[in-house]
Design a protein. Structure first.
Length: 145
């Protein structure tokens, strides 16, 4: 039996510790930060591609220093990939860290698994105290009309 929806509806009835206007503002600032960071990353990517094109054009395709040009291009590509790995890794660590903290008031924790059966064990019923005691009660005689 999944009680997550019942818990959520109960939480909606109680006033939460956070204010909706602050939550909206925080969400907008987070979206703005993501947009600004994304734009910055696009500009950096274009600059790196321009640098790689310049190196390839002046060193490799012209024939001046093809080996140096290829090595320099490989260095720039792998440096960019390493930087992207570090950024994504830190972002993942931050998201995992946020996931392990206790939830804010009004938020649910991770739902517990409630749909699985318990282990089957040998069951020995406990004898009932009221077993066979109803025979000792006085019986009322009903009158028939």
């Amino acid at each position: 039996m999944n009680l997550e929806q019942a818990t959520q509806s109960l939480l909606e009835q109680f006033p939460s510790g956070s204010r909706p206007d602050l939550d909206r503002r925080e969400h907008r600032i987070e979206k703005f930060g993501q947009l600004a960071f994304g734009g910055f990353m696009v500009v950096v990517a274009i600059a790196v591609l321009g640098l790689i094109y310049t190196i390839l054009d002046r060193m490799v395709f012209s024939g001046d220093n093809p080996l140096v040009g290829v090595l320099l291009t490989a260095f720039i590509v792998f440096a960019a990939l390493t930087l992207a790995y570090v950024i994504f890794s830190e972002d993942l660590k931050e998201k995992r860290k946020k996931g392990t903290l206790s939830p804010r008031p009004g938020e649910l924790e991770a739902p517990a698994v409630t749909g699985r059966l318990l282990e089957e064990k040998l069951f020995e019923p406990v004898p009932s105290v009221t077993e066979d005691t109803t025979n000792l009660l006085p019986q009322e005689k009903t009158r028939r009309n």
